[in-house]
Design a protein around this ligand. Structure first.
Ligand SMILES: [Zn+2]
Ligand SMILES: [Zn+2]
Length: 464
């Protein structure tokens, strides 16, 4: 029999890392992501397996919680082959280089502070460096295309299908023969929603003897995207018409492109007051360029716009400010829209814009993504009267809006619908979700499907 073990995203959302060991001893890994938030220190701990023994690494998509520990895997001896979509590898390079640079910056700050106390020996070195990221790109890579099985070796194939979550995201199906018996295991990866705005809806899969499915929002159903778009439009119009500016802290991948798409739609409909829109995030600019490059993977709606206008995300109001001096110049602008990272305001250029504008009641801040506990974004959302920015106390007088309807994940009903579309479905294993939410999700699945449902624990041996 084959064995599955999860070394991340087990009863938590982040750190996706699933290992399939076949009877032959062949080891196939699916994702090797970073733990984020309160589990962060786990990134520094040993993997729980020997990276040298992994033969193949399959990657579902380029979010940090799915690729963030790959440079560590390589650093600790992984020499196998990577199988991932070409766009995944390109996007992962942007994500991993950004992560390596951030860790280096943090390390330098901690080191400097520790030096003053004579405690620099205690400062932990970054998880990996820019060179470790580059080393990953020297390994052999095989690029699949959606829906075409590729042979890993005799009697083992992998099929990537569009998961509709972000550019390049995949559901991966591994088919293998063991003791003359055909077996299939499907990893949902992160599944997208059905709004079809930038990404198409996830592709349905026909058969899985074993299914590993994400459960991020297994406990709830989202508000309709249309309501959120209306709310967004109203804030933009009101603020601009009263000569204020709109600040949008945004995640570089997917959310930024969705926001650009909505703004373009408003522009096309003549509903957007004349203004300058600054995309003030080097990472978001690079990601948007990749979205343009791999536009075939985007939704039909995006490709229709591309055919009509020759561009998906650009229109005359949009300005990409890559260089720091271009970013500083935005300060001179009176009434404008600024989209900048980081998404949870833990760093990045959004902090400069807050310092310049968040104290002014004319302006608005729109939060369009989840704000984790302990982040500056969360403090503002929860009504902080002032915030500390670059050692300065700054009043929060701008109007604060939180719009929750934008999500790159399927909700409970969409996840269940996706499972109901299998023609053959065996046991269901829940990963990539918080334990309490997974319990609710398990109950909801049980009410609709006859299959056995199990919440995967870290390191647990599951025989398939
Ligand atoms: Zn993701
Ligand atoms: Zn994820």
């Amino acid at each position: 029999m084959a064995m599955m073990q999860s070394f991340g995203a087990a009863e938590v959302v982040t750190g996706s890392c699933h290992l399939l060991t076949l009877k032959s001893g062949k080891k196939i890994m699916v994702d090797c992501g970073m733990f984020q938030g309160k589990n962060e220190e786990k990134n520094l701990q040993p993997f729980g397996f020997d990276p040298k023994e992994i033969d193949i690494l399959l990657i579902t998509h380029a979010h940090l919680d799915h690729v963030g520990r790959i440079p560590k895997l390589v650093k600790e001896g992984f020499q196998g082959k990577i199988i991932a979509l070409r766009s995944t590898m390109d996007l992962a390079e942007i994500v991993l280089l950004d992560s390596a640079n951030l860790m280096q910056e943090e390390f330098k700050t901690h080191y400097r502070k520790a030096q003053r106390r004579g405690a620099e020996a205690k400062v932990t070195a970054p998880l990996y460096s820019v060179d470790d990221v580059k080393a990953l790109y020297n390994l052999p890579v095989q690029y699949p295309t959606y829906d075409k099985p590729i042979s890993i070796e005799k009697d083992i194939t992998a099929t990537f299908r569009n998961a509709g979550h972000i550019l390049d995201s995949a559901t991966i199906e591994i088919d293998f023969i063991e003791d003359s018996q055909k077996k299939s295991i499907v990893f949902s990866g992160d599944l997208g929603n059905h709004n079809d705005m930038v990404m198409p809806s996830p592709t349905f899969v026909k058969k899985a003897d074993t299914l590993y499915i994400e459960s991020t929002y297994g406990d709830r159903n989202h508000k309709g995207i249309k309501d959120s778009e209306e709310e967004f439009k109203k804030v933009i119009q009101e603020t601009l018409l009263s000569q204020g500016s709109v600040l949008i802290p945004s995640f570089a991948i997917e959310r930024t492109q969705e926001i650009l798409c909505i703004l373009k739609q408003l522009y096309d409909e003549g509903e957007l007051p004349k203004c300058k829109i600054y995309l003030d995030s080097p990472m978001a600019i690079r990601a948007t360029n990749l979205y343009n490059l791999y536009h075939d993977e985007l939704s039909k709606c995006c490709n229709d716009i591309l055919e009509r206008d020759g561009t998906v995300f650009d229109f005359p109001y949009v300005h990409y400010t890559l260089k720091p001096d271009e970013s500083k110049k935005i300060n001179e602008e009176e009434s404008c829209i600024i989209i900048a990272g980081s998404g949870m305001c833990t760093g990045g250029r959004i902090l400069h814009h807050f310092k310049n504008r968040i104290w002014n009641p004319k302006n608005s801040v729109i939060f369009v993504g989840f704000q984790a506990y302990g982040t500056l974004g969360r403090k503002i959302v929860e009504g902080a009267k002032w915030v500390k920015l670059y050692h300065e106390k700054v009043l929060v007088k701008a109007r604060i809006h939180t719009i929750n309807g934008f999500s790159a994940h399927a909700d409970q009903s969409e996840l269940i619908e996706w499972m109901e579309n299998f023609e053959t479905l065996g046991n269901i294993y829940l990963v990539h979700g918080e334990k309490e939410k997974q319990k609710i999700f398990k109950k909801a699945i049980k009410a609709k499907l006859p299959n056995k449902v199990h919440i995967v624990k870290e390191g647990e041996e599951i025989w398939i």
